[in-house]
Design a protein around this ligand. Structure first.
Ligand code: FE2
Length: 257
């Protein structure tokens, strides 16, 4: 490390190095598009340090952001219809109940049993049309180049999670945008936790400070509320934390392609 010389910075250092090199620059370095002497490089460093001391020219950018869209379904009647439809499905869909039981899903999901909910029920049809508008706005805001087409709703399913239930960390393969609409969220229901996609590369990275903003954290919890819509790119790993609520947590999840 170079200590700060007494006197006038680079002039003193230039004199000392010139003396050591018998008046000739000792080393040539590649610096940008020209060859610079070591004196140029050191003088540049000293000038940069001086600017830093005064805060001039300092800037920080946050590169590679991970977009998370939050919308709000302001339609209480539609939310009530969706809640009713979800409960009816859980009663009628024996294949879905069996799949949930076999896969130790604590509650009911139509994920593996029904793939036509928007055509089957007008409430899901209304929801699907709203979701396409929201996903299109998200794609534009996130600068996704879809070659002029809208995101296509590929699948949509119901989740009724019993108290104590959760869903371990996962991604949604073969999709571009995924998300969840929260229909009923009792007090104490689990949050959804998103993970920094760079997690495997952070082996020796220090933890973030307690006051770090969301964009600088490695895990971000979102506490859902009824009517809230979350959208994210499908590669983003997420987890539903175990619910401590005394009632069911109802949500509708979906994938776009
Ligand atoms: Fe998910």
């Amino acid at each position: 490390m170079i200590g700060r010389p007494a006197g006038s910075g680079s002039a003193v250092l230039a004199k000392a190095l010139s003396k050591a090199g018998n008046g000739r620059p000792m080393v040539k370095l590649a610096c940008g598009n020209r060859a610079a002497t070591i004196l140029d490089v050191i003088a540049h460093g000293l000038a940069r340090r001086a600017r830093s001391r005064h805060g001039a020219g300092m800037a920080i950018q946050h590169l590679f952001p991970t977009p998370l869209w939050q919308g709000q379904l302001d339609d209480a009647a539609l939310l009530a219809d969706l809640a009713h439809s979800c409960r009816s499905l859980a009663e009628d869909d024996s294949a879905g109940r069996r799949w949930s039981r076999d896969h130790r899903y604590r509650g009911y999901t139509s994920y593996a049993s029904l793939n036509d909910l928007p055509a089957r029920d007008p409430a899901f049809g209304d929801l699907a049309r709203w979701l396409v508008r929201q996903a299109s706005a998200f794609a534009a805001a996130a600068h996704l180049d879809l070659a002029g087409r809208k995101p296509k709703l590929d699948s949509l399913w119901v989740n009724i999670l019993k108290p104590g239930g959760g869903h371990s960390g996962h991604i949604h393969p073969h999709s571009i945008i995924s998300g969840t609409l929260y229909v009923e969220v009792p007090a104490g229901a689990g949050s959804i936790r998103f993970e920094d996609p760079r997690l495997p590369m952070l082996m020796h990275a220090p933890p973030r400070t307690a006051d770090a903003p969301a964009e600088s954290r490695n895990f971000v919890h979102v506490e859902p509320e009824a009517g809230v819509l979350l959208l994210w790119e499908s590669w983003l790993r997420h987890e539903v934390m175990p619910s401590a609520a005394k009632a069911d947590r109802i949500s509708i999840s979906f994938n776009f392609d």
